[in-house]
Write a protein that binds this ligand. Structure first.
Ligand code: FAD
Length: 560
């Protein structure tokens, strides 16, 4: 059941307490409560996703991405060396479903090479592409687009799940002229921009149709999917909103290891403790999870000591090695009236679109503004960057960057995502600077921290320009609307992960073992995006879902 007020909660003792009702947390809660003998409490700091129109309507999702507002944690990064010392706003979802309730809904699994590298880095074949693949299918429910258009040639039905909780579909609204030009570009410049029938096959390179976590014209999130009415009504599952977790408490020793028996959280003006008899599972995401570990005395001893936090376990890797994709927008004017702006800046069309969505879940409002297509591309093998920097990608089948978000707009926007972390020392970090567990953490995504990132970004800009140089765009594309030389470069891409890294069981670095248990602590696991050892060359919600699906199985295996 979903609770808004702690006073209504039937109890404060459960088998499992899951911290964070986000993308991963709700998966774990759902799968564990498949067993009616098991009880689970989810503690979520944010608000309900119910009735939040900007979360439900794909077209309006872009409004949610503002880093401030009622559905955001309102974070700011530390000054970024790679951005000339600028600090930037950093969006993180503050509502049930976490980032799956506010993200761009782009569905990308990543490359086979990404997961095979995870298997290598953790020493656990269970994280390899072949063994993780069934979890993609388990998570997904392939759904016809809202406009029921003929999708042949736009995806490969053989690699999609049909019965999972998360709906995935191709766009249910079309921009025919614009889309035709994209496909024409893949035919005109196939060496640089080959067509890829389905970028979710494990071989993402090329340009293909974007798939989104949308079903029947609405956003599909971990809240709407994994906490759907059939699941949230389970008598063994309680979800408490407005429950801001501060730290883990009640330390005892269990088989020679420290163990936390309780989770302290703030609800209203008061503090409460929820107890877990089996495990506490941290699913608070790449910022919340390391912050809670540090608040609890699990982290670098010197940092903790300086802040007056007693060390429970000296684990220096907590919050380190963070990385994020970098976002860079290029814009052009277009000679067309069939644009996003023709809806957003025309009250009559906007209201008509709204009405159409309300009555039939069709029309422009089912379109997620993340774009109709995406391209996953590599630097040329002969690029001089490889003379000064080893190739950071996990293999020849993985991209160095993405060209995303070609949308029929007054501006056509591209995003570039250099994917370059190859060594732990290159990462950013999430840490704390205060003994107050409710103070905002210090978030350093390490944007453009490595020379490789900057060079790859420059090469990506050239590729984006080349894409639009195809004759397919003649007469359509106007002048660039930005002056590249005067640009400040990069905004948040917000796929931050890898600061509670998985590492082999016997490794002296890392935070969690391959089974996601926290090293050196009993009864504590991390199941969210923060455990991925290196950011995948993809948007990260699909990877997070499979981490959570496998993570839940690992918990079940231990306790049954
Ligand atoms: C702006 C933005 C756009 C994105 N777009 C895409 C996209 O289009 N496609 C894609 O694949 N990926 C996208 N991502 C990335 C993807 O959504 C995330 O990587 C993924 O959802 C992370 O899941 P998670 O479970 O680790 O964390 P989250 O989903 O963030 O869940 C963490 C939950 O824990 C809660 N929490 C945190 N701290 C506490 C605390 N102390 N007490 C209680 N609760 C707490 C949070 O409120 C949140 O609900 C985007 C991310 C952002 C931020």
């Amino acid at each position: 059941k979903l609770y808004e007020d702690v006073a209504d909660l039937p109890r404060l003792e459960y088998d499992y307490v899951v911290v964070g009702g986000g993308t991963a947390g709700n998966v774990v809660a759902n799968r564990l409560t498949e067993n009616p003998d098991v009880s689970v409490l989810v503690l979520e700091a944010g608000v309900s996703n119910e009735g939040v129109l900007v979360s439900e309507v794909p077209f309006l999702g872009i409004d949610l991405l503002a880093p401030t507002g009622p559905y955001s944690w309102n974070y700011t990064t530390t000054p970024q060396k790679g951005l000339n010392g600028r600090a930037i706003s950093y969006a993180r979802a503050y509502l049930l479903g976490g980032c799956s309730s506010h993200n761009d809904m782009v569905y990308t699994r990543g490359a086979q090479d990404d997961f095979d590298r995870y298997a290598k880095l953790t020493g656990d074949e269970g994280w390899s592409w072949n063994q993780i693949f069934p979890y993609f299918l388990k998570n997904e429910k392939w759904t016809p687009p809202a406009d029921q258009h003929d999708t042949r040639g736009q995806f490969n039905p053989g690699i999609h799940g049909t019965a999972g909780p998360i709906s995935v579909s191709l766009s249910g609204f079309q921009w025919p002229d614009f889309q035709r030009r994209i496909i024409q570009t893949t035919e005109e410049l196939p060496d640089d921009f080959p067509f890829n029938l389905d970028m979710n096959s494990g071989q993402p390179l090329g340009v293909g149709w974007v798939q989104s976590t949308i079903g029947h014209g609405e956003r599909s999130s971990s809240a709407t999917g994994y906490l759907a009415p059939d699941f949230i009504q389970r008598p063994n599952l309680d979800v408490l909103l407005h429950a801001h977790v501060s730290k883990l408490v009640n330390v005892t020793q269990h088989q020679g290891k420290p163990s936390f028996g309780g989770v302290q959280f703030r609800s209203g003006a008061s503090l409460f403790v929820a107890e877990a008899s089996k495990e506490i599972i941290l699913s608070a995401g790449s910022i919340g999870t390391p912050q809670i570990l540090l608040n609890s005395g699990v982290g670098d001893h010197n940092t903790l000591h300086a802040l007056g936090i007693p060390t429970v376990l000296d684990l220096p890797s907590v919050g380190q090695n963070a990385s994020d994709h970098t976002y860079f927008g290029l814009t052009w004017a277009v000679n067309s009236n069939d644009t996003i702006e023709s809806i957003t800046q025309n009250a009559t069309r906007f209201n008509a679109a709204s009405e159409q969505w309300n009555t039939s879940r069709t029309g422009p409002f089912v379109f997620a503004q993340a774009g109709t297509h995406a391209g996953w591309l590599r630097l040329s093998q002969n690029s001089p960057v490889f003379d000064i920097h080893p190739d950071p990608s996990p293999g020849p089948g993985a991209p160095h960057f993405e060209l995303l978000r070609p949308t029929p707009s007054v501006v056509s926007l591209f995003i570039l995502l250099p994917v370059s972390r190859i060594h732990f020392s290159q990462g950013g970090s999430v840490t704390i600077s205060s003994g107050d567990p409710f103070a905002n953490p210090l978030i350093n995504p390490g944007y453009l921290a490595s020379e490789f990132d900057a060079i790859a970004l420059r090469e990506g800009v050239k590729l984006a320009q080349k894409f639009f140089s195809a004759s397919a765009w003649h007469g359509y594309l106007g002048a660039p609307t930005i002056n590249l030389a005067a640009m400040n470069a990069t905004e948040q891409m917000a796929t931050l992960r890898a600061n509670v890294d998985m590492s082999p069981r016997d490794a002296t670095y890392g935070v969690v073992n391959p089974d996601l248990t926290v090293k050196g602590i009993a009864g504590l696991r991390v199941i969210d995006a923060s455990v991925l050892p290196i950011v995948p060359g993809a948007h990260t919600q699909a990877a997070t879902y499979v981490v959570a699906e496998r993570g839940a199985d690992l918990v079940k295996q231990l306790w049954t």
